[in-house]
Design a protein around this ligand. Structure first.
Ligand SMILES: Nc1ncnc2c1ncn2[C@@H]1O[C@H](COP(=O)(O)OP(=O)(O)OP(=O)(O)O)[C@@H](O)[C@H]1O
Ligand SMILES: [Mg+2]
Length: 310
């Protein structure tokens, strides 16, 4: 595996606050890592350290093999960053923002203009290119942020809550753009509060709580390891509801009622066939019998509320 990002024992304190306690992570080149965690978990602090904006108190991190502390300049050449504290200048137009960044990065004028035009085009901002950024809607603004972070053709991009506050349509558009970048081989580290976003975009997930990693894995393994599937059954005849609940409890140890639906949490999907047999033996006709994988939302709540570690 080629690690695009590697962090070992990263730590950062602000006075009495331990923002990041000891974080290890590794992101394979061309993949997306989702960094999840509740407010104040340390996500932005981790991103700022990896993006060379903040020196770690302890630990080390490398971006494509370059040390974020000792070789910060080399790291800055290959990364792009957009975030909670974005770099777009409100007074400048869309194209001026991109040209300005191009100049900062030392890109020759004609090439910078070409890059700016093609980014505005890809991000559907051509019509708004000559309007000041302060007149942009939230969705346009986020697209401009992301376009700005791509001016220098980064190999690695850090997206700190890229879609917060966007409507579902604007969010989908941004997801498509991010997927497009990953398709070109770019590595993405994104922080998000939206579990669905991590589920949709991330190859791997790291969950932070109070500055420490409390879980990591693929969205799928996290759901399997932490959450438990829910089994639900609806008897065909309402008069069988009480008996159905009884059979469910006998088979799985518990039940909850939601209207005419009897639900229970199980350890594995094999419970489905045991319950089907038990219901048949009891002579209960079933209108619906299904099993649902836990959502990443449930996993997240469980991990960050109880402080469990996987
Ligand atoms: N510059 C700073 N000075 C003092 N404390 C800070 C500073 N930056 C962050 N902190 C503290 O460090 C902790 C982690 O903050 P951080 O911004 O990294 O969290 P986060 O996971 O990004 O949260 P959010 O989801 O709200 O963006 C918090 O307790 C925060 O108050
Ligand atoms: Mg943050």
């Amino acid at each position: 595996m080629t690690a695009a990002i590697q962090a070992m024992g990263l730590a950062k304190r602000f006075g009495e606050t331990t923002a990041v306690a000891c974080v290890d992570l590794e992101v394979e080149a061309g993949t997306v890592l989702g960094l999840l965690g509740p407010n104040g978990a340390g996500k932005t602090t981790v991103v700022r350290m990896l993006a060379t904006l903040l020196g770690p108190d302890a630990g080390q991190a490398f971006v494509h093999g370059h040390d974020v502390t000792a070789q910060a300049d080399r790291v800055r050449e290959i990364i792009g960053l957009t975030g909670q504290f974005a770099a777009v200048d409100d007074g400048l137009t869309g194209i001026e923002n991109l040209l300005f960044l191009g100049r900062l990065l030392g890109i020759p004028r004609s090439q910078a203009r070409e890059t700016a035009r093609s980014l505005l085009d890809r991000f559907s901002l051509t019509d708004a290119a000559d309007r000041p950024a302060k007149t942009y809607s939230g969705g346009m603004r986020r697209r401009l942020d992301l376009a700005a972070c791509l001016v220098g053709r980064p190999k690695v991009i850090f997206l700190d809550e890229p879609t917060t506050g966007l409507d579902p349509h604007a969010r989908d558009e941004l997801w498509e753009i991010i997927r497009g970048e990953v398709g070109r081989g770019v590595t993405v580290l994104l922080t998000t509060q939206y579990l669905e976003e991590a589920d949709q975009l991330a190859d791997d997930i790291v969950v932070l709580n109070q500055g420490s990693v409390v879980a990591q894995g693929t969205p799928q393994t996290l759901k399997q390891e932490v959450g438990r599937p829910t089994l639900q059954v609806r008897p065909l005849h309402g008069s069988d509801l009480a008996r159905t609940a009884e059979v469910v409890t006998q088979t799985t140890g518990e039940h909850t009622l939601q209207g005419r639906l009897v639900k229970t949490r199980v350890h594995d999907t094999g419970a489905l066939s045991s319950l089907a047999r038990a219901l048949e033996d009891a002579g209960i006709e079933v209108a619906e019998l299904s099993i649902r994988e836990p959502s990443l939302d449930e996993v997240f709540k469980q991990l960050t509320v109880t402080g469990a570690t996987v």
